[in-house]
Ligand binder design. Structure first.
Ligand code: 5AD
Ligand code: SF4
Length: 425
């Protein structure tokens, strides 16, 4: 029997999809790359913007014929949109076997047994005695360290669908990192909505912070790099910056979502910083970690955003020079403060135009960063034989012998879209 997994949204969503798949893989399911080949499908949804939610809901609808072909098939819908719209999904799409909201992921193995043991057992029986698929052998493996968010950015639905911050215990995180490294992982991606706010008892019950956890994970046997996403600006203290400098990967790239460059808009967004404060953090990181590359998120067309506000955003991006940027049009989300209290008054055409202008500027910085690497020999982690990433996160494809799981030296010779091309001897 075969399992197909789809995840919309962020890396947390992909990591959660991996956790949702684990009990089925342990029962002997194997990966199916296409839904048509699958006996079971796990669809992890996102609700951060209307567009992300619509795409997930549309896929649920399109899976009806797949399910109608054989009612023994299993469709599990999970994640953030499932949290927000659970009952509506159950009613609107009766072909869904199980809905698991993002807040229920820790109870999911039990819920799965209660809801679907019979159906999954029948599929497992029909599929013969396939051996368990075993642990995930990905070279870059995610490890979730915390879930939820204690902030209240006015546009953001995440606190309501994911709840308050919950930190995974020190030992759980390290045990997961060890299991993944033993299965072949060489890069660990520590994940959380505000990942660097992690805290908890460390070894011997002493209070520990994210900087301690980062160092400890980097010390796990087999681990060559550790990265983390998404950090919150407030938790980049001196200890974390020092730890980043010691850990390959962590000191090479940081994702710093700015969202806007206008102090007026940032205040309406309730971001707790202004443009200058944000740029000061970027400067602090660059001064302490000379090789660090920065990336960012920007929202255009936030309620009441004027041309002048948008100009300030372009200004901030010019000064930040991000190696890459995720830019979004504002999308009002039901129940958020901005959707309740502010009009979605920037016309769609203006949002489109601002997005295009911002993307043109960001493309220039992304190209500059790639061009600066051509002609240089880069340290690349081979993820699947001839494809991998540099320490600072740039994608590289190269010719030469395949060495999955190894750090290789690649001479960058060109660029294809956002990927560096190269040669390895
Ligand atoms: N509209 C547009 N973009 C949003 N984001 C979060 N909420 C919204 C929204 N309502 C963006 C932010 C965040 C990223 C994950 O998604 O830029 O950093
Ligand atoms: Fe990730 Fe947020 Fe989307 Fe949930 S709503 S999948 S946390 S981006």
């Amino acid at each position: 029997m075969k399992l197909h997994v789809v995840a919309f949204g962020c890396q947390m969503s992909s990591a959660d999809a991996g956790e949702l798949a684990a009990p089925l893989l342990a029962q002997g399911f194997r990966a199916a790359s296409e839904p048509e080949d699958a006996d079971a499908i796990i669809l992890n949804t996102c609700t951060v913007r209307q567009h992300a939610e619509d795409r997930a809901l549309s896929l649920i609808g399109r899976l009806k014929p797949w399910k109608d072909q054989d009612d023994g098939r299993v469709l599990i819908v999970a994640g953030c949109a499932a949290q927000r719209l659970g009952d509506w999904i159950r009613e609107r799409f009766p072909h869904v076997d199980m809905v698991v909201g993002a807040k229920s992921i820790d109870e999911y193995p039990r819920l799965l047994g209660d809801a679907l043991a019979g159906k999954l057992g029948a599929l497992a029986g029909a599929g013969g005695s396939a051996a368990p698929a075993g642990a995930d052998a990905a070279v870059c493996a995610p490890v979730t360290v915390m879930r939820g968010c204690n902030y209240s950015c006015s546009y953001c639905i995440v606190p309501s669908v994911r709840g308050r911050e919950v930190y995974r215990p020190w030992e759980t995180v390290l045990a997961q990192a060890r299991v993944k490294a033993a299965a072949g992982a060489r890069e660990i991606l520590l994940l959380g909505q505000t990942v660097n706010s992690w805290r908890g008892p460390g070894p011997g019950g002493k209070p520990a912070k994210f900087s301690d956890l980062l160092r400890a994970v980097s010390g796990v046997e087999g681990v060559r790099r550790v990265r983390f996403e998404s950090p919150h600006p407030r938790f980049f203290d001196d200890e974390l910056i020092a730890a980043m400098g010691e850990v390959a990967g962590a000191g090479d790239h940081a994702h710093l979502p700015a969202q806007s460059g206008s102090d007026r808009v940032l205040a309406l967004m309730r971001r707790n910083y202004g443009g200058e404060g944000f740029l000061a953090l970027a400067s602090r990181l660059r001064a302490a970690l000379p090789r660090v590359e920065l990336s960012t998120d920007i929202i255009v067309g936030f309620p009441t955003e004027t041309d002048e506000d948008f100009r300030r955003t372009l200004d901030l991006v010019e000064r930040l020079r991000p190696a890459w940027t995720y830019a979004f049009k504002y999308s009002p989300r039901e129940g958020t403060e901005s959707a309740r209290a502010l009009p979605d008054d920037v016309p769609e055409a203006v949002k489109e135009e601002r997005l295009a202008r911002l993307n043109a500027l960001c493309d220039r910085f992304a190209e500059d960063a790639l061009k600066a690497r051509v002609g240089r020999t880069l340290e690349v982690l081979d993820e699947n034989g001839g494809y991998g990433r540099t320490r600072d996160g740039f994608r590289v494809r190269w010719t030469g012998p395949a060495r999955p799981g190894e750090l290789v030296s690649v001479l960058a010779t060109g660029i294809a879209k956002r990927t560096l091309l190269g040669e390895c001897r």
